[in-house]
Design a protein around this ligand. Structure first.
Ligand SMILES: Cc1cc2nc3c(=O)[nH]c(=O)nc-3n(C[C@H](O)[C@H](O)[C@H](O)COP(=O)(O)O)c2cc1C
Length: 219
């Protein structure tokens, strides 16, 4: 029976409550195993490779806060995805994922964190097993329907899980605008600036340029 881990990022409780309700329904149906429901920071503590090797799928529900940033309890997971991508590592090879996004279309950085998560997971080697759903707080009725459709798609995918090396269920930005926003991630070692979804290497280039200048001037 496939094993899935549910990971959430939630600052005011919406994504957490919604995904816990869905997880309870999936568990009750019993067609596949919901191993646990934990926040992103707790997931990151296990290490990405451990997460991938211990589970067939990772099911994510997250919102965005501030300027499209990760919720406080999800920051470490997003950071770990960034670091793996920077190092061109594929810790999620052999694993599959699904993302449920929560956001408010009033913000320029609408759905930034869920979209980044979906994109970075793929870059980390994971197969997208269903299309990401995006729940806008401004469209309540549509949100309820879209969430039910997504939950059914996740359930169907896990009941008949394709090989993780097969084609993804869809491309990252199918039927949605691309993220043309910026997101900054800070930790002790590095700061990452992603612009227009185009350059994960922005910060690396800045550091390299600064090092070259220092060498020319002082070495
Ligand atoms: C201060 C603040 C900043 C927010 N920033 C964003 C944002 O950048 N992008 C977005 O899509 N939604 C943003 N939202 C909306 C939340 O993501 C949305 O309300 C979501 O449903 C909250 O889910 P949560 O309670 O699980 O964190 C913001 C909300 C607040 C209050």
């Amino acid at each position: 029976m496939p094993k899935a881990l549910v990971v959430f990022g939630s600052e005011s409780g919406t994504a957490e409550k919604a995904i816990k309700e869905l997880a309870a329904q999936w568990k009750a149906a019993g067609a596949w195993t919901v191993v646990d429901v934990i926040d992103g920071n707790a997931a990151a503590k296990q290490g990405l490779e451990t997460l991938a090797t211990s589970h067939d799928a990772i099911i994510i529900a997250t919102s965005s806060f501030r300027q499209g940033d990760a919720p406080y309890n999800y920051d470490d997971f997003l950071g770990a995805l960034y670091r793996a991508t920077f190092k061109a590592e594929s810790p999620f090879q052999g694993c599959q994922h699904a993302v449920l996004g929560f956001g408010d279309s009033h913000f320029d950085t609408y759905m930034n964190c869920p979209r980044l998560t979906d994109s970075l997971l793929e870059k980390c080697g994971s197969r997208r097993m269903v299309k990401r759903a995006e729940i806008d707080v401004r469209e309540k009725e549509r949100g309820v329907k879209d969430m039910a459709t997504w939950a059914a798609a996740v359930d169907a995918a896990l009941k008949n899980l394709p090989d993780p090396s097969s084609k993804p269920a869809c491309i990252w930005d199918e039927n949605t605008s691309t993220y043309d926003k910026s997101l900054e991630y800070d930790d002790d070692e590095e700061e990452v600036a992603v612009q227009s979804g185009s350059s994960l290497y922005f910060y690396g280039s800045v550091v390299a340029a600064a090092a070259a200048l220092y060498y020319l001037l002082f070495a």
